[in-house]
Design a protein around this ligand. Structure first.
Ligand SMILES: *Cc1c(COP(=O)(O)O)cnc(C)c1O
Length: 290
């Protein structure tokens, strides 16, 4: 198939990939600290349920596959991190081909129509968090349906490809530079298309990135709510009502600098990169493996 992602379930590259023990220990400590802060944020988020579970997506963009392997297979009986997020379609494909299939990948970057087909052919792509048009939803649907057929008829590969979970990205801040569909009718219509016309996609919820300035403005004030988080919650309620959904939609919001406040505002998924992996290199300097 030529995309390198259809071979046996443990790619040979995994057994050859070196994990530096000092780096692995540092990553594990960072992840542990983030998990602890997340657990504290959840337990004090009384209004939206202090017992709920919030998914932690480790955002590994521009970081080498070795780092991901270190967190996914930490050894000594420790539980590995399963959900990893990437921003660039080609980088995600390359990493998915190298790393164990037990990873659940999230595509969280700006989604381009031209990348939909190849993304849909990554069997363990678990979620795309940046769907912002019906055209892209349909491209993903068509490509995933075709891929599932191929996978089913080549059953000896042992591969499976379930529906792809979807977050609709909403531009809650109204900034020109941010992608995402507009709140209101546009968001409702896109969610409706996914629910009613895309059986190989599963609408999981809504995602926002939000304005940095808004995140900073509330950082110093525990009682203030970030308007982007409030807006996403309102869009979720609007969609739930308009579509008559019985299953609750989740909110994907919160990054390194504002995840505690996002959890306090009802987030069901936080996407955390630099606090776990450290500062990112420039894209031109990023290496697939080290
Ligand atoms: C890079 C990125 C993140 C992670 O950002 P950090 O500040 O490094 O935690 C989260 N969400 C999206 C959409 C991103 O592009």
């Amino acid at each position: 198939m030529g995309d390198g992602n259809t071979a046996s379930s443990t790619p040979a590259a995994v057994t050859e990939m070196k994990v530096d023990p000092a780096r692995a220990a540092a990553l594990a400590a960072n992840l542990g600290a983030v998990k602890e802060r997340l657990a504290n944020a959840v337990s004090s988020a009384a209004y939206f349920g202090s017992g709920r579970s919030v998914r932690l997506v480790a955002v590994s963009k521009l970081k080498p596959a070795n780092d991901i392997l270190a967190l996914h297979q930490p050894g000594d009986g420790q539980e590995g991190q399963v959900h990893f997020g990437e921003n660039y379609a080609q980088e995600l494909r390359d990493k998915a081909a190298l790393l164990p299939r037990s990873i659940k990948w999230h595509f969280i970057g700006g989604l381009q129509s031209g990348h939909c087909k190849n993304l849909a052919r990554i069997s363990n792509l678990w979620c795309i968090s940046s769907v912002d048009s019906a055209k892209k939803a349909k491209l993903l649907e068509t490509a995933r349906a075709a891929f599932q057929k191929e996978v089913a008829s080549a059953s000896e590969s042992g591969e499976e490809a379930g529906p792809i979970h979807i977050h609709v990205q909403v531009n809650t801040s109204g900034e020109e530079s941010k992608s995402g569909c507009n709140p209101g009718d546009e968001t409702v219509a896109l969610c409706r298309t996914i629910v009613e016309e895309c059986p190989n996609l599963k609408l999981l919820g809504l995602m926002t990135i939000g304005a940095i300035a808004r995140s900073k403005a509330v950082a110093s004030d525990d009682s203030a709510e970030n308007p982007d988080f409030v807006a996403l919650r309102e869009q979720r309620d609007l969609v739930t009502k308009a579509l008559g959904l019985t299953e609750p939609l989740e909110l994907s919001m919160g990054m390194s600098d504002d995840f505690a406040s996002a959890v306090a505002s009802g987030s069901g998924e936080v996407r955390i990169g630099s606090t776990i992996f450290g500062l990112r290199p420039a894209k031109a300097d990023a290496k697939l493996t080290v």
